[in-house]
Design a protein around this ligand. Structure first.
Ligand SMILES: [Zn+2]
Length: 245
């Protein structure tokens, strides 16, 4: 493998011919709700209060991190563009109104977010309105797919798997007029059959909730993410990043 890698370096590979995937691992943070969990919330650990969220961003900023999109990571891994010295991807799952409400904290730093939008959550109570998603896209956010109705994709029929995966890509591309090239598995759950469906739908890569950095040498359809929850202080987020996940 080393010899092959050296050979390809000598011979060179243009992006047009498909540059090899290589580059440093990049942490992808995964957020859900931004705000205080209401009484009886199903998963209170997935609610990060606003002040804590802003404290985490401030800590990342002060430590030299720079948030970028997954597309930019992907391009850099394939020979197009360079990564900042300390890249981080900040992703938000499902599509909650609180995510748009807290987007200015990212915008103040010139940082894009990555929105993993569940199609069925669009426009429902507590979810993002179409106009809010459009505003995030205008602010530089990347729109990624997160299925139509958020099932455990390992357990659905072949027909439904296709509808949830390819269907969510098509629905988002048509609704927002942007390319949707990355997928986030609902609950992070996937297997070989689910990964194959995501590849068939034309996605370039997909993210899980396995707690590890996204790596150019890993299966692009199983890129790890670091889940951030209510219990994570700004310094514990930094510690997770320094520890590599
Ligand atoms: Zn989700």
């Amino acid at each position: 493998m080393a010899l092959l890698a050296a050979l390809s370096l000598v011979l060179g590979s243009s992006p047009a011919s498909g540059a090899a995937s290589s580059g440093p691992p990049v942490p992808i943070l995964a957020y859900h709700h931004i705000g205080s969990a209401p009484p009886g919330a199903a998963n209170p650990s997935l609610w990060v209060p606003g002040p804590r969220f802003r404290g985490q961003l401030r800590a990342l900023d002060r430590a030299g991190y720079q948030a970028i999109t997954l597309r930019r990571v992907w391009q850099a891994w394939h020979g197009r563009g360079k990564l900042p010295a300390q890249p981080v991807v900040i992703s938000f799952d499902d599509g909650y109104a609180s995510q748009a409400a807290n987007a200015p904290a990212l915008q103040a730093r010139g940082w894009p977010g990555v929105l993993n939008l569940e199609v069925a959550r669009l426009g429902v109570r507590g979810g993002l309105a179409r106009g809010q998603v459009q505003a995030l896209i205008r602010a530089g956010w990347e729109l990624d797919a997160h299925s139509v109705t958020h099932p455990d994709l390992r357990k659905v029929s072949a027909r439904r798997l296709h509808d949830e995966v390819a269907g969510s890509r098509q629905a988002l591309q048509e609704a927002f007029g942007v390319r949707v090239d990355f997928f986030a598995y609902p609950y992070g759950r996937q297997n070989a059959r689910v990964r194959a469906a995501v590849r068939r739908a034309g996605f370039l890569a997909a993210t899980t909730t396995e707690r590890e950095f996204a790596s150019a040498s890993a299966d692009p359809f199983a890129l790890g993410r670091v889940l951030v929850g209510a219990g994570d202080s700004p310094s514990s987020v930094l510690r997770m990043l320094r520890a590599g996940g």
